[in-house]
Design a binder for this molecule. Structure first.
Ligand code: ZN
Length: 701
């Protein structure tokens, strides 16, 4: 979902709804800061390249203005706090450099670390031997302020940067690294082409590390510092201890504000890492307490409302349900993630059989594992199907009439990353693109852009070829094991209907969602989607569900692949605007989504729909193409029977006469006619004359 893209990029979901009275931390204090550019201070550069316009409280590049450095090399500020204000943001393009070293001819910066700002794009960059490499990038939160204030704090190898709204002090973005070069150097500006002189730098100050440290340790955006736990240091004086790690010496993770980071550093223990890119575990105490514990037993199953769940907790629930309801469930490992985690599915039906002959349905979530509420929707479905003492009429019909395959976490590595490593992770899987052996925001493929149908078809519009992008589609279609696992399951089951759950807005997406893809005509998927949202009460996050074709241009999605490959009535449900921090907000959201999957599944039992089995003269399944008459397929779709039993299942848009045409190799086409009625699903038994011809697409079992 795009609205969350900006927030997700900087890993700050939830922090950015700035409270009233937000302030810059630490705030500007002319008594303790060395003012280089500011009111009544004449800016003094030591080294410039090109023309610069300088006045008290004003520095901007003129013709050819590229470099403006304020400290000579060797006697520079290498650690401490650096503050810079710019009068505009749209017309600024600048790299604020620290520890900068010039080339011999003094005309270029050859080594430095920098904070790049261009409009709303910000990045940490490393300049090495004159080459600039982007280390991290982010996008400033949407704001109306004229200017921005950037506060950078340097501690040896560590750098934290927070960027605030210049008027109101609201936090707009944060970046951090623990990879700073140690050499000394200057601070200053490297101007980009887009920096216009009407948006000058208006303030530049420094304060040496550990001198006149302000006292407000806890204030400001949260950071997590990992330090050695050594005697004489009391981390809780300056923050909240989040986690302890055994070792020699033992280490602790401490959550604190930007000033608290400096306090901890100045207290003496070695700073092992600093980040403002917090994983979910450091912003959600309930989750932190619940993880690692067994599922909470309650009633006829489990209490799902106690916390959000990492993939281990989800798998423990699936196992628990399977133990408790062995006759109505099968637990399957349908694949293995990049990092070797199992991808688990719970198949549910009344007295489920091996190779069950009933139609199959699919509910899946967390393709994008940074959308953990999506997993709650699938867990709720499992709970409703299994634990109801007196199942509703709808649930009873679903349980008897079909097998519901539930995959609560399609992307287990992403789920783990989001909860345990960084909220910037989880959108993508953990494919180690940069080969550094770690899962970072430089890694991963967006699994919901990795499916082979129209993979990358829209160029850079529907997905991205840049591995750093959150929409990276992978280097080839279905490159990822998670994608392959879902495809293999779909090829085995030929789902009649499916829902892929996401969050980010409130909507139901009906296929096809990819631009320039022609829907079957009539398009029963749209009709049914409209039926299932009809008359639903408003969503607790305020918008009623609406059927849409897409939110923005996409390609390579699971939904469209399921539709094109197997004719599945594949919906995507965006079931929450955002992930509520307050857990009590989750059950009403889950309840508002529940009717969608109940109605979709019940609608198949209820019809109008048509099912059938195609067999040969000896009753063996036949792999055959099944076309419903009058449905005009325009994308080369060939929807085939299920290998194990020759079964096919189709929703029909409405009542009325229909025909079913069966085409199988070695047989003349067969056309059967029927009358679709509401409240009725036809089941056709099609027996072809003579023995079946084996198909390469259906391995002999
Ligand atoms: Zn999503």
């Amino acid at each position: 979902m795009r609205a969350s893209r900006l927030i997700g990029l900087i890993g700050l979901a939830g922090l950015l709804a700035s409270p009233a009275g937000a302030v810059v931390v630490p705030g500007f204090n002319p008594r303790i800061e060395d003012v280089i550019v500011g009111p009544k201070v004449r800016p003094q550069a030591v080294r410039t390249e090109g023309t610069w316009y300088t006045l008290p409280g004003r520095v901007a590049p003129g013709p050819g203005g590229t470099i403006w450095l304020v400290e000579t090399q060797g006697q520079a500020i290498t650690d401490g706090t650096l503050r810079a204000r710019f009068a505009g943001v749209e017309n600024v393009e600048v790299t604020l450099v620290v520890r900068a070293v010039l080339s011999e001819d003094q005309k270029r910066v050859v080594d430095a670390y920098g904070m790049y700002l261009k409009g709303r794009d910000v990045a940490l960059v490393r300049i090495q031997n004159g080459r600039t490499e982007v280390v991290k990038k982010a996008r400033l939160y949407r704001h109306r302020a004229d200017g921005v204030e950037l506060v950078a704090q340097l501690f040896d190898r560590h750098l934290i940067v927070n960027i605030y709204d210049g008027d109101k002090g609201a936090l707009l973005g944060s970046l951090s690294t623990s990879d700073l070069p140690r050499h000394p150097g200057s601070i200053g500006l490297v101007a980009g082409d887009r920096w216009l002189s009407d948006s000058p730098m208006t303030l530049l100050t420094t304060r040496p590390l550990c001198q006149d440290v302000p006292s407000d340790a806890h204030r400001g955006p949260p950071h997590v510092v990992r330090i050695a736990e050594v005697s004489g240091v009391r981390p809780k004086d300056w923050g909240d201890v989040m986690e302890r790690f055994p070792g020699e010496p033992p280490t602790v993770a401490v959550r604190t504000g930007p000033v608290g980071v400096e306090r901890l550093f100045c207290d003496g223990p070695e700073l092992l890492s600093v980040t403002n890119d917090l994983p979910w575990k450091f912003v959600d105490t309930t989750y932190r307490m619940a993880r690692g514990r067994d599922p909470v037993q309650a009633g006829r199953g489990f209490d799902l409302t106690k916390s959000y769940k990492n993939v281990d907790m989800v798998n423990a629930l699936l196992t628990g349900w399977h133990r408790r309801y062995p006759r109505n469930t099968q637990l399957h490992r349908i694949g293995t993630s990049r990092q070797g985690r199992p991808i688990m599915a719970l198949a549910i039906a009344e007295r489920i059989e091996v190779n069950d002959p009933r139609p199959s349905m699919l509910l899946n979530a967390s393709h994008h594992a940074n959308e953990p509420v999506s997993t709650e929707f699938v867990l709720d479905a499992i709970q409703q199907l299994l634990e109801s003492k007196k199942p509703s009429r709808a649930v009873g019909r679903i349980l008897r009439g079909m097998v519901v395959w539930c995959v609560p976490v399609v992307n287990p590595d992403g789920n783990w990353g989001f909860f345990e490593l960084s909220r910037g992770l989880g959108r993508k899987n953990a494919r180690d693109l940069d080969g550094d052996g770690r899962y970072t925001d430089r890694d991963g493929v967006d699994l919901n852009r990795n499916y082979p149908f129209k993979w990358g078809a829209l160029g850079e519009k529907g997905s991205q070829s840049d591995p750093l992008s959150r929409y990276y589609r992978g280097d080839r279609p279905a490159s990822e094991p998670e994608t392959q696992a879902m495809m293999a399951l779909a090829n085995q089951e030929r789902f009649a209907g499916s829902i892929s759950f996401h969050t980010g807005t409130i909507a139901v997406l009906a296929p096809y969602t990819i631009d320039d893809t022609q829907n079957p005509e009539p398009n029963e998927a749209w009709t049914v989607a409209e039926e299932i949202v009809k008359g639903l009460p408003p969503h607790p996050q305020n918008r009623p569900f609406k059927v849409v074709r897409q939110l923005y241009s996409v390609d390579g999605t699971d939904q469209d692949w399921l539709r094109h490959e197997h004719g599945t009535l594949a919906l995507l449900v965006e079931g929450a605007q955002y992930t509520p921090r307050d857990l009590s907000a989750v059950p009403p959201i889950v309840e508002s989504v529940r009717p969608l999957w109940v109605r979709l599944l019940e609608r198949f039992v209820e019809g109008p729909a048509v099912s059938g089995n195609v067999t040969d003269s000896e009753g063996r399944p036949v792999y055959a193409e099944v076309r419903v008459g009058g449905v005009n397929l325009r994308e080369g779709e060939r929807w085939m029977t299920r290998c194990r039993d020759g079964r096919f299942d189709r929703y029909l848009a409405g009542p009325g006469p229909y025909t079913v045409e069966i085409r199988a190799r070695g047989y003349p086409p067969i056309v059967m006619a029927g009358q679709a009625r509401k409240g009725k699903r036809e089941h056709l038994k099609v027996r072809l004359p003579g023995p079946a011809v084996p198909s390469a697409d259906c391995p002999v079992r």
